[in-house]
Design a protein around this ligand. Structure first.
Ligand SMILES: [Zn+2]
Length: 138
């Protein structure tokens, strides 16, 4: 049967969700870091040193032999972008994915919409407020 989750269960669920989102944000930050750490040196070699202020090297393609010299700079920038991506991802509000509603009285379900009144007189609320438990047989 369907039962309402109590506040403790919902808080526990929220904690788990936060953990999952936090891990996702870390992965996102690492991904951005890797992308920049790989793409930028490659672009620098092919196109030229991106962002270089030295007029002698600004438009010239970077020599592969020069790469070690620039690696700390690339890594620093990639790390900064990675951290920024992590922070941005971590503070952005998650989108609620609940798409179904359930009546709190007869447990009828429907696709989420604005109408909350059920035919039975109950009220439709987001289905993530409920959990399924097996009937207890004595
Ligand atoms: Zn109902």
């Amino acid at each position: 049967m369907w039962v309402r989750k109590n506040d403790m269960e919902k808080a526990e669920e929220e904690k788990v969700n936060k953990k999952i989102r936090f891990k996702g944000s870390i992965k996102f930050g690492i991904l951005i870091f890797l992308l920049i750490a790989i793409i930028w040196p490659v672009a620098a070699i092919i196109i030229g040193i991106v962002g270089s202020k030295n007029p002698e090297t600004a438009d010239a393609a970077m020599k592969i032999g020069d790469l070690p010299k620039y690696i700390p700079g690339f890594l620093r920038l990639a790390a900064m972008m990675g951290i920024a991506s992590f922070v941005f991802s971590a503070i952005s509000k998650p989108k609620k994915r609940v798409t179904t509603m359930m009546c709190n009285s007869c447990h009828e379900t429907k696709i989420k919409d604005k109408a909350t009144q059920c035919q039975c007189g109950g009220t439709f609320i987001d289905s993530d407020n409920f959990k399924w438990v097996e009937d207890q047989q004595q």
